[in-house]
Design a binder for this molecule. Structure first.
Ligand SMILES: N[C@@H](CCC(=O)N[C@@H](CS)C(=O)NCC(=O)O)C(=O)O
Length: 224
């Protein structure tokens, strides 16, 4: 078997790494994973901070032609990079309005929802912000609910919604949506009144690219 072209700094349950795993799977690309154990704080270790000074995964290294490039960071940038180097299937629609809508939906979750529930925010609030476990859980639940209910409102009212978030093809918006739902499941958080999201996520789950990226199936995941 030939070596994969990419190296992915990853951890089993992370939302942002899941997005990259789904995109790689959709495009039939393979990555060798390097485990960064978030529970052990490895993202803040000197070695990983040289890869990403923000101390966050994923980071993707392109090993093409034996010439390692700088690691790519930020899942949305990585998805667009993968689209640029391997067009099929496209993760963004072809028309400018459609591309802007998909990027806007994706940013609602990847930029305005997910960062609020990351390990670094939890670490700060529980060590310096006076949060106990119950306060953290209420915080998580609040921001998942705020983000997903706003997302639901858009999906339910905007005519461009189809079988998926935008029309009848998988886009970055679906990948971001699924990336939030899979971690909500891990944290056992329910958000009410999101029927369109539930319908679209159920469809995504039937797709092998999403199924193979499921956190519970990754190396390091606890036994079910
Ligand atoms: N906006 C970044 C977010 C990256 C991020 O926050 N990743 C989380 C895992 S999902 C992380 O590494 N957290 C470690 C921490 O917060 O200490 C992206 O989309 O790649």
């Amino acid at each position: 078997m030939t070596d994969p072209r990419f190296e992915l700094f990853a951890f089993w349950r992370t939302s942002a790494t899941y997005r990259v795993r789904v995109a790689l799977n959709l495009k039939g690309l393979a990555a060798r994973e390097r485990l960064i154990n978030l529970d052990a704080g490895e993202q803040r270790g000197e070695a990983f901070l040289r890869v990403n000074p923000l101390g966050a995964i994923p980071a993707l290294v392109d090993l093409a032609e034996g010439q390692p490039h700088l690691p790519l960071t930020q899942s949305l940038a990585i998805l667009e990079f993968l689209d640029d180097i391997h067009a099929a299937p496209p993760l963004l629609p072809a028309d400018p309005h459609g591309r802007a809508r998909v990027r806007s939906l994706a940013a609602m979750l990847a930029a305005d929802t997910h960062p609020l529930i990351t390990a670094r925010i939890k670490g700060y609030l529980t060590t310096k912000g006076g949060f106990d476990d119950a306060a953290w859980r209420a915080w998580q639940s609040h921001w998942f609910t705020t983000g997903l209910q706003a997302f639901e409102q858009r999906l339910a009212t905007e005519p461009a919604t189809g079988a998926y978030c935008h029309g009848d093809a998988i886009t970055t918006a679906d990948i971001c949506l699924a990336s939030i739902i899979v971690v909500m499941r891990i944290f056992k958080i329910d958000v009410p009144d999101i029927p369109t999201i539930e319908r679209i996520f159920a469809l995504c789950e039937t797709h092998e690219a999403f199924a193979r990226a499921e956190p519970g199936r990754q190396v390091g995941a606890p036994a079910a």
